[in-house]
Structures are given as C-alpha cells and as structure tokens.
Ligand binder design. Structure first.
Ligand code: NAD
Length: 496
C-alpha cells in the first residue's frame, strides 16, 4: 500500500517512522498510509527552509511572482487530477472540489500581484534633506498547519503569499487527506521554486509541537478546530512567534418575516448541506423571526430537501458526499440524537441513509431540526455535518442577541427585503463576515478572511491584504546624505 511521505528540500522522502491509515470515506476502506513525522524530520525541513532563505529573500520580487504565474497555470492544467485526489480522501463531489480549487487559485492570482503589494511607503523631506520610507521584509521560516476540510484551498490561503513575500515555508497538512495537498506542493516545485523554499511534513501533534517550539520558526498560521487553535495560539505566542489561528464556527442566518422565502430556502440548502456541512462557513443555524416565517421557511426547505442526493464522490450527480471518518459520522448522528432527546423536532432525518453499493461509507443525509433552543448541545456546538437547526425567536433584536452571545463569530447572514434592518444588522452584529441575502459570505481573495470571538485567535485575518502584513515585518528607514560637494549652502547641522 502506498505511503505518503514528506517533501523536504524539493525531494520526496519516506521517513516513515510512524504511519497512520488514510481512508476513502466513500467506501470506508483504507486506501493509503501517511507518514507521521518525527521531531528529527521536522527539524530537517526547518533546516532546509532556513538554508534557502537568504537567496530567496534577495530574489527580485517580480521573479518570485513569476513562479506564482507558472504555478497558477499548473494548477489549472492539473485541476481534474487534483479534484480526484480531493474526492478520494475527503469525499467531496467533483463540482464541489472544483469550487474549492478555484478559490485556492484565486489566492495564487493575488500573490502574483506581490510587486505592487510590497512597494512600501515613502516620504520625502520629512526633515531638511531627510527622506524616510517603510518597507516590508520577510520574516524567515514560517509554518502553516491546516485542517482536513479544504485540503487544497486552505494551504493555498497561506504559502503562495508567504513565499512570494520572500519567506520559506513548512506546511503540516491534515493527516486525514494529505494527497491533494502534496500533489499541489509538488506543482509549486515544478513551477521553478528553488529547493527548500517550500517543504511539507506530514504528521500529527509531534510535528506541530516541533514547529511551535523551534526558535527558527518565526510565524505560524493555523486553521482548524477552536480547542486546537487556542492551544496553537497560546503556545506559539509564548514562544515569541507571530501567530494567527482560525477556529470553528456556528454560522447563523436570520430569516426576517419579509424575506423572499424561495430565495432563502434555496440559498440555505446549498449553504447548510454542501460539502456535507463540513465547511467553517457552513450555514448551520436558522434563526426565524416569528412563527409564520419559521413555518413558511421550513415548508420550503422540506420540499427542496426531497431532491438532495448523498453518495460517493465519484458520482457527480450527487449533491454531497460522505463525512470524513467513521468517528465523525458517529459524532454528527450523536448531535441529531441529542437534539431529539432534548425535545427538538427532527423534521427531515438524514440518519442511516441507503447508499446502494457503498454500505460501509460514512454517509449522513440532509437533516433539518426545528424547535432547537439555545441551551441544547446541538445549538451550542459546531456539528460540522449536513444538519440545519432552527431556533424560533420573536424579534430581530432577540435574534441578534442570540448570535452575539454565541462563542463563535465566523460568519452570519440576514434574509430580508428591508434595507434599514440589513444595514443595522451588518453594522452591529459581532461576527467577522456578514452576508445580506448571501448565505456564505466568504470574502474573495483580495479581501481577507476571518471570524471574531473564538473563531479567530490573533489580530490579522487570513489571505488578502492582511496576509501581506502577517508574512512581513515593517522596517522604517530614515536617510540623509551629508555631502556638501553637491549643493552650495547645504545645511548639515542636526535638525531639532
Ligand atoms: P483539527 O483542529 O482537528 O486539525 C487541524 C490541524 O491541527 C491538523 O493539521 C491536525 O493534524 C492538527 N492537530 C489536531 N490535533 C492537534 C493537537 N492536539 N495538537 C497539535 N495539532 C493538532 O481540525 P479538523 O477536524 O481537521 O478541521 C475541522 C475544523 O476546522 C472545524 O472546526 C472547522 O470549523 C475548522 N475550520 C475553520 C476554518 C476557518 O477559517 N475558521 C476553515 C476551515 C476549517
């Protein structure tokens, strides 16, 4: 059986000190093994990155950007293969995988813009014959640790910008679906990146902890669940590293009584069940204002959900595929059981769907639960499955208070025809990304992505303009050339 190793200094290594099974969640069968790096292997990657840094830092930024142009081309040329690898190990249907890859490519496009982004700031004559400018210098060796749910896109949020800014990178992908991530990293090498600038170590906590404790690693970007994000942020910060750690979510949609219910129901079906709900921006909770709005919406959701099809990634007529592991399947169905036991109403039940020929796959069908209340675990926690819960409230103010008091603040949206309500909501809600009649308000690559509250630890958001700041440090230089020979009457007394 194939073992996925590491990529260090431009070479594939099979230092497989320990290994872990990689599953095909559509069939429930083990398909590969992944190596779990030891401390020594990670240190080897850090040393390679550190050795590559001086030359890469001094490579003209336009040349660094040219590698990204080539990389983008290779990503497009290999899109089908990448989507197949995502499908095999994550379970995403090809149209969904293609969407993920496209969003990743857009981050490479933004990185191509680096010569413009890194121009810096200049002020002439800040004093007599004195000029001052700020420039943005790379940090050195930086690391990224990524989750299973976007094995192509989330790493592409990080390393194209880090690398084009002049840093050298070590990526620690999710050990659950590493193949597409590894394949894409190899394309970056094929695009002409010098050895050691990009390295990938597969692994678990051992690899992560080595990156967090090594003094040569200057910054860490993390995306994953909130408990791990908090640990990463606390440990990296305590060790003097710059850190941004993006965590989990519970994204609410307010349905106002005046909303276009057909549009809202259609939008919610895609946003709640797409990718099996395994998205940090999945819309997982409806807050209906008034019973009439709730009843109308639920009726339309029920109708729309009748045609939802769950099945293996290889059949592109499916709407969504399996969950990532058997343990996660049990966790998701456990949340549905708990909602039912707590007195909520399971309106559409996706537990134990029949997927002929794939009986061992990790499938849950689209599930809709009404009358969920804020004390229930199924409301409080991130389910990360194709489960949409409905909470009923009487006023918009109550809906906003509910959202504001939730521990997560990644994304939210409102469905309404009332501009005043929408404006008040977007201005005041304590959430980082807001949609108005848009269910998944994921910022495009030239804006930045990040939640509030316990959905993000750190100051700077991911990708976009914030990532240029995250992967560089500002240096401000003030300059004066006291040469009396050039201009008569020049004054070189030190200015006060
Ligand atoms: P996870 O936290 O289990 O794993 C993320 C990474 O952390 C992996 O690389 C994993 O190997 C590593 N890791 C896991 N346990 C660790 C430990 N104890 N010590 C050190 N490292 C550890 O997350 P996941 O299940 O892969 O991904 C799903 C989660 O990610 C969800 O909560 C989802 O909301 C979140 N997510 C957030 C965003 C965002 O932008 N906010 C985006 C995607 C996913």
């Amino acid at each position: 059986m194939k073992t996925i190793g590491h990529m260090i200094n431009g070479e594939l290594l099979d230092n497989a000190e320990r290994t872990q099974d990689v599953y095909n969640p559509s069939t429930g069968q083990v398909s590969k093994q992944v190596a779990l790096a030891s401390q020594q292997t990670v240190e080897q990657a850090i040393a390679a990155a550190q050795a590559a840094f001086p030359a890469w830092r001094n490579t003209p930024v336009a040349k660094r950007a040219r590698v990204m142009f080539k990389f983008k081309q290779l990503l497009e040329d290999n899109a089908e293969k990448i989507c197949e690898l995502i499908g095999e190990e994550h379970g995403k249907i090809s149209h969904d995988a293609a969407g993920e890859l496209q969003r990743g490519i857009e981050n490479v496009e933004y990185a191509c813009y680096a010569p413009e982004l890194l121009k810096g700031e200049h002020s002439k004559n800040v004093g007599p014959d004195i000029d001052s400018w700020s420039e943005f210098q790379p940090l050195g060796v930086v690391a990224g640790i990524t989750p299973f749910n976007f094995p192509a896109m989330v790493p592409l949020w990080m390393y194209p910008m880090a690398i084009v800014c002049g840093n050298c990178f070590i990526l620690k992908p999710s050990e659950r679906d590493p193949s597409s991530t590894m394949f894409i990293a190899q394309l970056l090498i094929d695009a002409g990146l010098p050895q050691g600038v990009m390295n990938v170590v597969n692994g678990d906590k051992v690899a992560v902890d080595t990156l967090l404790h090594d003094d040569r690693v200057m910054a860490v970007s993390f995306v994953g669940s909130t408990p791990i994000a908090e640990y990463i942020y606390a440990t990296a910060s305590a060790n003097g590293k710059r850190c941004q750690a993006l965590g989990g979510a519970k994204n609410h949609a307010i349905i106002m009584p005046d909303a276009d219910m057909d549009n809202a129901a259609q939008a919610l079906i895609g946003a709640a069940f797409g990718s099996s709900g395994e998205r940090c921006m999945a819309l997982s909770c409806v807050v209906a204002v008034g019973d009439q709005a709730a009843d109308q919406l639920i009726e339309k959701l029920q109708t729309g959900m009748q045609s939802l099809k769950v099945g293996p990634y290889s059949d592109s007529s499916n709407d969504f595929g399996p969950l990532i592991t058997k343990a996660h399947l049990q966790k998701v169905t456990g949340y549905i059981d708990s909602a039912e036991n707590d007195g909520a109403t399971v309106v559409v039940d996706g537990r134990n769907p029949t997927v002929a020929g794939y009986e061992d796959g990790y499938y849950v069908g689209g599930t809709l639960i009404d009358n969920v209340t804020p004390e229930m675990v199924s409301y409080k926690e991130e389910i990360f499955g194709p489960v949409l819960v409905v909470v009923r409230v009487d006023t918009m103010q109550q809906a906003m208070e509910l959202i504001d008091s939730h521990e997560y603040g990644n994304g939210t949206c409102i469905f309404t025809r009332d501009g005043e309500a929408a404006r008040y909501f977007s201005d005041n809600i304590k959430v980082g990304m807001v949609g108005i009649n848009v269910p998944l308000p994921v910022p495009v690559s030239y804006h930045s992505f990040g939640g509030w509250k316990r959905s993000l630890f750190g100051d700077l958001h991911a990708y976009g303009p914030d990532s240029v700041r995250f992967y560089t440090k500002r240096k401000t230089i003030t300059q004066r050339w006291p040469s009396a020979g050039v201009r008569e009457g020049a004054q070189f007394a030190f200015p006060s």
